[in-house]
Design a protein around this ligand. Structure first.
Ligand code: FAD
Ligand code: SF4
Length: 494
């Protein structure tokens, strides 16, 4: 075999376009990449165990597989090329910017032709957009048309509308939450855990609770479990938060989608099938399809449009360091305490907690976007730069000047209280803006509106929020500003 295909740890698809009977497969466990940051142990175990299972499955299917540990990708590839006399290397375009740049240098580095195939693990590369919509909603509608999902023969959306957002904003009502399936570590995963304990001494989190799928078959079982048990309630409780239930009715499929064990189209199609057989309501199914072929693809698409400038964006000139309690959860703010604790434990919390608790606080407090981005990249099991950076710097912190989301997602305790049970039992008073027990979200929210009144007023989507400012007297404004100053001074002790 004189040809090889190099498959990255986030490209473990059974239908990887570079697989061919006349090609050897090379997979590299790069110590430099694994230690590029102190990543969450769940993520490292997931990727390496899934790579090892994938290699075993390809071997069983008749492929010649070279799975090797190397100091870095380049030395691993050089050794592979020399050992097997490779004359042509194939790879799938990396989802992350720096790795794709590296792939473009490979022909020169290796001295053999290197072909980079389009990354069709993303639908936007499989069905390239006829034009470039800058906003999520037209992008999503275009993707619905491109894929035909929930589209009637006359080209209209199933159910007559594109959006069920209004039905999908309920607070959790205490109904039973079916727990997600657990996949206890097998021999390969246990070995991976032992190997990584040595190879990645600076990783964060513990691996004791590791229970994620690591094979294609397990990923399909997890998908089926979500569709059967949680999809029907997914839509209405999509934005709900609960101190008791980490997952509520979310899918927990992002770690699998992001490494290629699940395909986005088959995942969205599985939800549509559930609607067609009467198992789940349209509002839940459309809500889920929107996440997968809308938001997920839009984020990837924007990442490639906005890089590399996106990494440095700081449109609100926010310069405060990230409070140290983001790394411990030691804060009296109950919402942040609960959410950070679960992230440190499992590398997961759901979307609204990422956006409206973690990023919301960071934005209101003026935390430096790159510090927040780093925290997200390191702490989550599903974190990759293509998905973290547009979500954090773009959507969560609005630091890209509104190029990912048209409004800053900021809110006071009123929103958190409406959508969760965090505020009951919190040290802070969810109703107060000033005073010793005032919720810091309130103080900082109103202070943010006061400080940026003119700029926010210019944004039509924020009109109603800023209008609230006109009800504040000069004395109230002063009191808020003074309290905000004091809150920010003792931010580490909140
Ligand atoms: P579900 O609620 O079940 O949603 C289904 C799927 O939709 C997800 O699995 C995911 O693949 C997709 N999806 C929904 N929204 C988005 C989005 N905005 N961007 C990309 N995919 C989306 N997602 C990641 O995969 N990795 C990250 O590191 C990540 N960081 C985020 C950081 C911030 C600040 C925010 C606001 C969002 C982030 N997201 C990230 C998007 C989203 O929060 C997660 O995909 C989702 O919470 C994963 O849990 P789930 O699989 O249970 O999602
Ligand atoms: Fe969070 Fe404020 Fe509610 Fe406490 S009162 S849980 S700090 S929003």
């Amino acid at each position: 075999l004189s040809e090889s295909v190099w498959i990255l740890g986030d490209q473990l698809s059974p239908t990887h376009p570079g697989l061919a009977p006349n090609r050897r497969v090379v997979l590299i466990e790069s110590l430099a990449r694994l230690n590029q940051r102190p990543y969450h142990r769940h993520k490292l175990v997931l990727i390496i165990s899934a790579m090892r299972h994938y290699a075993a499955e390809l071997r069983a299917a008749g492929y010649d597989v070279d799975l090797r540990v190397a100091p870095d990708f380049l030395s691993g590839l050089r050794d592979h090329v020399n050992t097997f006399g490779v004359q042509h290397l194939y790879c799938l375009a990396a989802a992350e910017y720096a790795t794709r740049q590296f792939q473009h240098r490979l022909t020169a580095e290796l001295g053999i032709p290197v072909t980079i195939l389009p990354n069709t693990l993303f639908l936007v590369e499989r069905f390239p957009p006829p034009r470039s919509p800058a906003l999520m909603e037209p992008f999503y509608r275009m993707m619905r048309r491109q894929t035909g999902l929930l589209i009637e023969p006359d080209g209209q959306p199933t159910g007559g509308v594109w959006n069920f957002d209004r039905e999908n904003r309920r607070r959790y009502d205490g109904r039973p939450v079916p727990p997600p399936l657990r996949f206890p570590p097998d021999t390969i995963t246990r070995q991976t855990i032992a190997d990584l304990a040595v190879a990645c001494p600076h990783a964060i989190g513990s691996v004791e609770e590791f229970d994620l799928p690591v094979t294609r078959a397990q990923a399909l079982t997890a998908l089926d479990d979500f569709i059967t048990h949680r999809l029907p309630d997914f839509g209405p409780f999509e934005d709900a938060m609960s101190a008791e239930h980490e997952l509520l009715f979310h899918s927990r499929l992002s770690p699998l989608l992001n490494i290629g064990l699940l395909d986005p189209l088959e995942t969205a199609q599985a939800a549509v099938n559930a609607y067609e057989r009467g198992h789940a309501p349209l509002s839940s199914v459309e809500g889920f399809v929107r996440q997968i072929i809308g938001w997920r693809e839009y984020i990837y698409y924007r990442y490639w449009e906005l890089m590399p400038d996106l990494l440095q964006a700081n449109a609100w000139q926010a310069e405060r360091p990230l409070p140290a309690w983001y790394w411990t959860g030691q804060t009296r703010m109950r919402c942040l305490h609960c959410v950070i604790q679960r992230v440190l434990q499992n590398g997961y919390c759901h979307h609204i907690e990422r956006l409206m608790v973690l990023c919301n606080f960071a934005m209101l407090a003026g935390v430096q976007p790159q510090a927040v981005n780093d925290w997200f990249l390191e702490c989550y099991v599903d974190a990759y730069e293509w998905v973290v950076t547009p979500n954090v710097i773009g959507m969560g912190l609005n630091a890209d000047g509104g190029r990912t989301a048209t409004k800053p997602y900021i809110a006071s305790a009123a929103y958190i209280d409406k959508m969760s049970d965090y505020c009951k039992g919190c040290f802070y008073d969810r109703k107060a803006r000033v005073g010793p027990r005032a919720c810091p979200f309130n103080t900082l929210y109103w202070n943010f509106l006061i400080n940026h009144e003119e700029r926010l007023r210019a944004n039509p989507r924020l009109g109603p929020a800023v209008l609230g400012l006109s009800r504040l007297s000069a004395a109230e404004r002063e009191a808020i500003a003074a309290q905000a100053e004091e809150v920010l001074e003792r931010i580490e002790q909140l």
